[in-house]
Design a protein around this ligand. Sequence first.
Ligand code: ATP
Ligand code: MG
Length: 388
Amino acid sequence: MKYTHILIHYAEIGLKGNNRALFEKQLVKNIKTALADCDIKGVRRLFGRIVVELDETKKLKNKITEELSKVFGISSFSPVVAVKTDFDKIQETALELARASKNWETFKVATKRSHKLFPATSMEVSRDVGAHILNNIADKKVKIKEPDLMVRIEITEKKTYVFTDKIPGGGGLPVGCSGKVVSLLSGGIDSPVASWQLMKRGCKVIFVHFHSAPQTKKAAIDKVEELAQILSKWQIKTKIHMVPFLDIQKEIVKECRGEYRVVLYRRFMVRIAEAIAKQEKAKALVTGESVGQVASQTLENIAAINDAITIPVLRPLIGDDKNEIIEKAKRIDTYETSIIPHDDCCSLFVPRHPVTKANISVTRSEEGKLDIQKLIDEAITKTEIIEL
Ligand code: ATP
Ligand code: MG
């Protein structure tokens, strides 16, 4: 069967006026980028749908379906045969598609009609096409609930789309239509999942990673780059700010109370991330924290971290258990990379008993012993930007 188009279905709930135009424009752009190497003829809004125009002389490539299944904003998509809106053509195409499908005994025809001037109702089209299939293929039955094969017909004014497959897309919203965020990406399990969740809700994610080279190995940095590479499948272009953090850590270790180190490291991280967000015109930070998961993630410590900045910090995993996060990490393919052993900057110089209920005034006065702005400026000057 030669498919002519791929019909893109997206969730329309909540899409109104301006929002809708923005959503569709962004989705078309993202699909074009995702399919840039796929030999397609184009991506267009056509008769009120988004369709990928295929080169009919070529076989439908797996790469196209693989790429589309990772595009956020698509709820599902279907390879279709587009024909002129004419009953005989529709009927013949439906029969051909049914013939080409394998392993089915029962079927159902479902018709949608946005072209209300078409001479038959949706019910009549389904009934007549169903009868045509029964008359031409032996030993098949119509089944309304959970048939083996669904033959779908969508009638628009000029073209009618006939198809049998519905493949799940990425869900969510098109990356870019919800603005930009800066995500603090460690080499661990949680932060890649947190980043992915924001991409899924339409945010373009810029990454920032803090490393303690040369105290930690280059492999730790490579691992973060690999995680970003895996995540970039969902947003195409990806940028990582690699921030040297060792000098700041050394100052904190030298000047401040041991049990406050981890909270102070985090305050510096979010301050630097906030400065990067300003440069990048991003409107929020993202972390992989979850309440109570480790000593540094108590409500008191979260408050002490937020106290250092004014930009919102989004924590999409805040109510997830570790095993729920692991489950998601496996689904998005980051888990195997995350569990490779590595040394993280935060495991350096960590005291035996880090504070679990940081007191904000103590936190501030410990930090007051440092030249905060100078340390931040130096780290930002030495930051390297990697583009994937
Ligand atoms: P993860 O699995 O994401 O590393 P975690 O359970 O190890 O999280 P923490 O080490 O307390 O938790 O880190 C909390 C969050 O702080 C991380 O999810 C991440 O967003 C951020 N973070 C920690 N270390 C770094 C780092 N070296 N670079 C960038 N962000 C970091
Ligand atoms: Mg970690």
